[in-house]
Write a protein that binds this ligand. Sequence first.
Ligand SMILES: *Cc1c(COP(=O)(O)O)cnc(C)c1O
Length: 326
Amino acid sequence: MKTDITLKSVYQARQRIAPVIRKTPLVRSTILSEKQGGEVCLKLENLQETGSFKLRGAANALLALTPEQKTQGVLAFSTGNHGRAVAWVARELGVSCTICLSQRVPSYRVEAMKSFGAEVVQEGASQDEAYDTALALEKDRGLTMVKPFDDPLVIAGQGTMGLEILEQQPGIDTLVVPVSGGGLAAGLARVIKAADPAITVIGVSMEVAPAMYHSIRAGKPVEVAEKDSLADALLGGIGLDNAYTYPMVVKYLDRIDLVSETEIEAGMAFAYDHQGILIEGAAAVTLSWLLKHQSPGKTTVGILSGGNVDTQTLLDILKRRQIPTN
Ligand SMILES: *Cc1c(COP(=O)(O)O)cnc(C)c1O
């Protein structure tokens, strides 16, 4: 059974999705570079169309559909950003789209998907239950499922960001990347380690419900209970039937570290105060890590994976923080 993707599939993805995605900027952070005593650059996928990197994988999967599959329509389950990306590409291609979400997904995310014309089915208390709803609909309606992470086309799509990073910062020796289901980390690490196996790849998850972290410790995919987190896009299990991202994360990541809710909050405020950018909690874990740990390398790239943040949540965080004096 195949448990990995090829570099060739990432180049194919890049060509396929080029008309749909943006090449996002890689910017040097002066303050983090000073703090780390080396170069720190941030990959701004919060500026990707639909507000997250998920567009890369979704576009690659949808553009590879057969004409028959396009006529039947697509189906996805999601914590929000994958659904948004699938709905957006489906609309571009004129394909009908159904998205299954758990009741935990906040309404601002649901509204975005509906505004792109997707049919939203919101049921169940977790991403795993949304997956069950989707499996039932897949059978009933003959729709094609576009999985959020455990799919070779989706992983290859996310891997295209790795090709961009190598062109933008060929000196990279350390990569810091948020991890949930692991599609982003697996795709990126696959490309980065192919360029140079000595590059360190550090995954970051949130303390309250890190499914990949616990799975690695258990030696197999395990379920974790979902809890409220500022990094809501990192919620959800990795799938007990995980075929790709689990083995790839085990193979290509050097480690996964965890950050607290307080640290995620500090990361979000830091992005606003010092970088002039808005990111969501799932992307802030990268900054939480960079503010807390010494990078093992001299040229570090951190992934800011998305910017779809609830305005009230962000305002509350900015109100609570100490306003910086510089
Ligand atoms: C989905 C998502 C992640 C995690 O990606 P995985 O491929 O599930 O590990 C990180 N950040 C944002 C903004 C996301 O939407």
